[in-house]
Structures are given as C-alpha cells and as structure tokens.
Design a protein around this ligand. Structure first.
Ligand code: CA
Length: 223
C-alpha cells in the first residue's frame, strides 16, 4: 500500500470517530437535529472537521474570527466554544431560516454574546467590515458558502485577516470533481481555479488536505 494517501472506508472513519472525536453534547444535538430535519444537512461540516477546526483555532490563539456560510451553525458553534470569553465570531449568511437554528444553539451553549450574525450577501458584509476599519484584525476566517463567490470571499477575507492569521476553505476537493476535467460546471470550475490560485499565491502559505470534502488552509504572509 502506498504511504502517500489512505482512502477512508466506513470502518476506518468509524475508528477515527471512536478514537478521536470529543464532540460536546450541544454540538451533537445540533448535528442530529440538522441531519433529522434539514434536507441540506450535507452542507454542515462533519464532527471530525469541527474538531480539527477547534484544534486550529487553539493553535493560533484565535480571538476574532470570520465565518462565511453559517447554515445551521455547527462550525460557528465550534468556534464560539473555542475562542475566549472576549472573542467574537462575525457570522455571515443570507438564510434567516437556517441561522435561526444556529441562534438557538448559540444561546443554548451560552455563547450567543460572542457571535455577531450578519444576514446579508457576504461580499457586502465583508466590504462593510473593510470600510469600518477591520482590515488586518481577524485571526481566522472560515469560508463555506456559495462556491462561485469563493474567490471574492478570499480576496476580502485575506485583507481582513492579520499576518499569520489563518483562512480555511471547505469543500475544496468538491466530491473529487476538481480533479476530473470532464466536470465543467460553474462551481467546480470556480473551486479548481481557486486551488490553482492559492497554490501560486505568494501572499499565503498553504496546505490542501483531504479532511472531509477537502480543506484548503492558507496562512497569510502579507497583503
Ligand atoms: Ca461545506
């Protein structure tokens, strides 16, 4: 067997869950409610990804964070539970319905005061943050929204994050479609282009990893 990669099986994934996952009860309930009631539940990050994100947030000592694409709130709750009491998550989404679930769980977990929900197209919210003097002040940004706009989110989030801050893009392997030239739909093309851009972008130091549906990590080196 090659030691370059390991294809996950159901059995191996179960092993990872059984030997690594420490999912707080409130996160488990949010995940189970989303899986049971929301036909778009696949949009939520997996608990393994959530825990990985919590580890990354702790590694960099994240206090002020940005999230583009809240859905029902699993990743923002991971973040709010991890950052210190004076920390803040700026959470961007356009769905009042989905984020109402998120808000309920932020409150249940006692972290609602750490989250600022921005219900508007995220490009507008990010531009407003830049105009309000937030450039270079964020420690972390998680991008997990409409794929066609990922590059627009990247350019803005990169300005908002400090040098040494971390950007994380979800779904960057896109069910494997980015590696298949026969796949030319707009979302696949956009993600493929962003992976290539990140690879050659001197402003960031990156790592594209096969966790979940693929996460591209990028540390900001300079503007
Ligand atoms: Ca996702």
């Amino acid at each position: 067997m090659s030691n370059q990669f390991l294809a996950l099986t159901e059995i191996l994934y179960a092993y990872i869950l059984n030997n690594s996952l420490r999912e707080p009860e409130v996160l488990r309930r949010l995940r189970e409610e989303t899986e049971a009631s929301n036909p778009m539940a696949i949009m939520a990050i997996s608990p393994v990804q959530g825990q990985f994100m919590m580890l990354l947030l702790r590694l960099i000592g994240a206090v002020k964070t940005l999230e583009v694409g809240v859905f029902t709130g699993y990743s923002s709750l991971c973040t709010a539970l991890t950052i210190p009491a004076h920390g803040r998550v700026y959470a961007c989404d356009v769905s009042e319905e989905w984020t109402s679930v998120a808000q309920r769980y932020w409150a249940e977990a006692g972290v609602a005061d750490k989250v600022t929900l921005k219900l508007a197209p995220a490009v507008e919210t990010l531009d407003a943050l830049l105009a309000d003097g937030h450039a270079g002040t964020f420690d972390f940004a998680f991008i997990d929204a409409d794929k066609a706009n990922y590059d627009a989110y990247y350019e803005r989030a990169l300005k908002l994050v400090r040098n040494g801050g971390l950007l994380v893009f979800d779904n960057m392997l896109w069910y494997g479609k980015v590696a298949d030239d026969n796949e030319q739909d707009a979302d696949t093309v956009a993600l493929r282009a962003l992976n290539a851009k990140l690879h050659n972008d001197d402003r960031v130091f990156t790592s594209l990893i096969g966790v979940g549906d693929g996460m591209h990590l990028a540390i900001k080196q300079h503007d």
